[in-house]
Write a protein that binds this ligand. Sequence first.
Ligand code: WT7
Length: 632
Amino acid sequence: MPYRISNFEEYKSEYQQSVSDPEGFWAEKAENFEWRKKWDKVLDWNFTGPDIKWFSGAKLNITENCLDRHLITKGDQTAIIWEPNNTEENSISLSYKELYEKVCKFSNVLINNGVKKGDRVCIYLPMVPEAAIAMLACARIGAIHSVIFAGFSAASLSDRILDTDAQIVITSDGGFRGNKKINIKEIVDQALDKCPEVKTCIVLKRTGDEVKMISSRDKWWHLEELSAGKEHLSEEMEAEDPLFILYTSGSTGKPKGVVHTTAGYMVYSHYSFLNVFQYNKNDVYWCTADVGWITGHSYLLYGPLLEGATTLMFEGIPTYPNAGRFWEIIDKHQVNIFYTAPTAIRSLMAMGDEWPAKYKLDSLRVLGSVGEPINEEAWHWYSDKIGKNNCPLVDTWWQTETGGILISPLAGITPTIPSFATLPLPGIQPLIVDSEGKEIMGNNVEGNLCMKFPWPGIIRTTYGDHERCRQNYFATYPNLYFTGDGCKRDENGNYRILGRVDDVMNISGHRIGTAEVESAINEHKFVVESAVVGFPHSIKGQGIYAYVICDFEFEDADKVRNEIISEVVKIIGPIAKPDKIQFVKGLPKTRSGKIMRRILRKIAEGEVSNLGDISTLLDPGVVEDIKNGALV
Ligand code: WT7
């Protein structure tokens, strides 16, 4: 049976086999990796715990598969191409051998700083090769990395550091982002004021700006390297040892730490990478996601390196120094496979066709989309103007919790349909249920998307709180993994993702819980209560609409709005800024005190005439008030 699928018939037969004999299927795929010891059992699972174990008894180190095993055949081949934010700076290429050496050296830096197998290491870095090096070094010594997107605020950073119980943070003096400089170290200093357990902070020099160094805690990356040996034999890990923690938002409470483990994640991130993108030897592959998100983990770093691919990492933003930057980079590095988010596509589409028209873009062979539904207009623009109608466009659906892509076309192999994620990958068994959890069979149906069988990359737990993992994903419908997404299955069995059915928003492809934004807004001294919903936004996919009750009479509403926005930026980060803030006297609540978000969503969408049944409201009068003041 082929590891890499090469035609539609093969897809169908692989899919069939993966369902009739999942263990045999994945055991065979796992043969493509280097193991110190092979597994005793392919799979043990139940979704009630949940308790899911893949490849039990196996021993390995994922970095031997990402690095060591490529040294003989691909030592001189480029592993990472790094393109800096500033165009006057040179790009950097790291060969597999160079990357290996840097990872070994940094592994020794970590060890010299007392980091041991199983310890958590928080990484708060801009998009520089050292972010990849730090992650791989953690994996090499068996430490668990937790990368925190460098756009998050000090408060979000300290929350995550505390939740992981990390004693070490890896960061930089600052970062470049478009024409801005970000004071990363200052943010870390603020965060660490609240994290007394952090004894060590390793600081990479990136901007060269002067920063405060606390001598008992802060150490320069480059100085630490001076005393670190260059050889490092990787730690032997168990299949189910955690590889990383990555925080993501849910419908309630604070973000939770999704835990992925070593062997299953390795097999699934690579298998899905190779089959979805159909990477060919010597291709240059570019995923624009930040390493702070799961896409950066699975498809900028692990998937491509496991393949021995050349992966491009870009420090900057699509519009700096101008709206042609992505297209210029594609021509400059002769990128063959390009993977980005619908938000980026829509914002570049809005800049006009003249931008891509200036570039050849003839190296491109495959296009990918991820993170949110891609609307038909953006799909066609991407396919026509960037792909020149000559590149399959894979709309890849997945989640932080799934570790890898679950539903997507395989480039050039299975059909693509605008705005459809199409078909499940082999090993993936989706089903659609109604609100009672009853499976909706057949085609041309719509409902809530679940999975009935585990795949190797599935979430194992939420860090430090297994019950939360059960509650969130496995308790809504017994014996099913619930995705939180609504979807449709068309007459041919193709899936179209409709978006979240819970209180999670998707802002520019970033997942943000309404509850998180509300609790940040409520920190403002005038605010008594707030309710947040998403609304359709032409560039961001969804925008944030906040209904806010204040207990203080004020004259200057815009001033209070700005203060509330600053509060949210301070507590979460700029990605969670409300787009609209409407001051209201009351919120539509049921007699039991539950906010009826359905009504608020409708008003935010501008659909005020058809609000449905409001008779269960405690005070239907508030709806009139809200409608009259709606910001649409
Ligand atoms: C949520 C997961 C997967 C990596 C990036 C986001 C939405 C993701 C698609 C897509 C429609 C999509 C879903 C999902 N989503 N990809 N191709 N089409 N919706 O990961 O932050 O964990 O968010 O993003 O709603 O549940 P994430």
